[in-house]
Ligand binder design. Structure first.
Ligand code: ADP
Ligand code: MG
Length: 463
């Protein structure tokens, strides 16, 4: 039995280790608010402020928490933890009886495989359905093919269906949606979703236990096999061999197979030729990064689902800045929500900027507008905007103008030509000259360099 002080001690030591492993901002935002409530047997109960916080923690820091717990507690304590909602959140969620519990285990498949207890099951996640998969030019064809296949598994010419695309673009979502749809419609009874990693672990465990026949029988008995991320099969010869036979068998019996990969099948290295040639006879559909409208639609859908009233400008701002990965898009939204509820501030464009900046999604360069720079420099030199962009050549004004141009080049992504336009339609060579003068003088004149440093500080604080 552990006492409360054991619990505080263990968690305190975990925090000490974690503090050294994550950036300070991450530590204060995501770890400091966690409270250790109790420990029973091999589970530590942690309390977090709300569900968003929980989701964020789970998706980003689960491994760190698990790993640290394991390290501190030794092998005696299983790295497993449960999260409780804080009281205030519980009041808002009476239907949950004030408790939001979820047990998290570190890579359960690996542990299970190691102990020979890997359980097979459909592994279908009901949250991934076609309804909440936002369609856009980038994924239209992939979605249409997925729907066709899930309506008539094994009966279309799309067998296997291969979906490929970069990470975080919705491959797993589509794959799971196919399974859900087929199950709900009753088009397939035994639907199995499995990542290639888990498939491999399952196979290894079967070999160790002399149960490969069971393994093969299980996968041959499915109506629909949804195999995720087949790039992980590379160089795993034996697993590929098994998969090849299972594949042929399912194919001959008109069972549907859907595969995903992060690159076009032909570019899959380390995969046997005969497996690749099977994929060539298939329908291959790709998912591209979504365009701006699709990204906005995805964020809107997410916000709606979570009953969030987000200002449109915030949605658009996030969508504009996160371009290539939908998982990151969702992550930022969660972080924003967590931040606003932790700090008790409204979600507005300023908060969005702050969060995007902290996560490194946008660099400082792109978040300052040229107007910010002109205003700050104008304030420092006591020169108003008209003068700054006008024709005056007095020493003060000319210097302020050059410094502002230099900072605009440093802190915005605007071209030299555009910067010139912002300064009363000056030529880009004038901007080049201004930047060079400021740089040269900074090198020679320490006072001036310091002065420029102070303006930069002011600019940082302006945001
Ligand atoms: P991948 O498997 O390609 O790495 P996922 O399927 O895991 O990507 O998608 C990452 C996240 O983005 C998931 O939460 C998923 O629900 C979401 N997502 C991806 N595409 C869409 C979409 N078109 N509409 C709504 N959500 C999407
Ligand atoms: Mg995936």
């Amino acid at each position: 039995m552990y006492s409360n002080s054991d619990c505080q001690y263990i968690w305190g030591r975990c925090l000490d280790l974690i503090r050294g492993r994550v950036p300070p901002q991450t530590f204060s935002t995501w770890f400091q608010p966690i409270r250790a409530i109790s420990i029973s047997e091999n589970t530590i109960f942690l309390q977090v402020p709300n569900k968003f916080f929980y989701d964020w923690l789970d998706s980003h820091y689960r491994d760190i928490i698990q790993g640290t717990l394991k390290e501190i507690s030794g092998n005696g304590m299983n790295a497993k933890y449960t999260v409780l909602l804080s009281e205030t959140e519980a009041e808002k969620n009476p239907e949950k009886d004030g408790v939001f519990q979820k047990t998290i285990e570190s890579r359960p498949e690996i542990r299970a495989a190691q102990s020979g207890m890997l359980e097979r099951g459909t592994r279908i996640n009901e949250n991934y359905v076609f309804d909440n998969f936002v369609e856009g030019k980038s994924n239209q064809f992939a979605k249409a093919a997925s729907i066709a296949v899930s309506n008539s598994p094994g009966k279309t010419s799309f067998n296997p269906l291969v979906i490929y695309g970069g990470t975080g673009l919705g491959k797993t979502h589509l794959l799971q949606a196919i399974g859900n749809h087929a199950l709900i419609n009753g088009c397939a009874k035994k639907v199995v979703y499995v990542s290639s990693d888990t498939f491999t672990l399952d196979f290894i465990a079967a070999v160790q236990k002399n149960k490969t026949t069971d393994f093969v029988r299980y996968y041959r008995g499915v109506d629909m096999l949804l195999l995720d991320d087949i790039q992980f099969f590379q160089n795993k010869e034996q697993t590929q061999e098994q998969f090849f036979h299972i594949f042929n068998d399912l194919f001959q019996h008109h069972k549907q197979i859907v595969l995903t990969t992060d690159r076009p099948p032909l570019e899959l290295r380390g995969l046997q030729e005969r497996l690749l040639s099977r994929f060539q006879s298939s329908l291959t559909v790709d998912i591209q990064p979504p365009d701006l409208e699709t990204r906005i639609a995805i964020l809107n859908k997410k916000a709606q689902k979570d009953n969030l009233d987000l200002p449109y400008e915030v949605i658009e701002y996030i969508a504009q800045n996160v371009k290539s990965n939908i998982r990151e898009l969702e992550g930022l939204l969660i972080r924003l929500l967590a931040y606003s509820s932790l700090m008790k501030v409204d979600i507005d464009i300023l908060l969005a900027r702050k969060v995007l900046r902290e996560t490194g999604t946008i660099e400082k360069k792109s978040i300052l507008s040229i107007e910010d720079i002109q205003k700050t420099v104008g304030d420092v030199y006591l020169v108003n905007l008209d003068l700054l962009v006008g024709k005056s050549r007095t020493k003060e004004v000319a210097e302020a103008r050059m410094v502002a141009m230099y900072l605009a080049r440093e802190y915005t992504n605007l071209s030299l030509k555009t910067i010139g336009i912002y300064f009363g339609g000056r030529d880009h060579s004038t901007v080049v000259h201004a930047c060079k003068s400021v740089e040269d003088r900074s090198e020679k004149d320490d006072h001036f360099a310091q002065f420029i440093g102070q303006i930069k500080e002011k600019l940082k604080n302006a945001k």
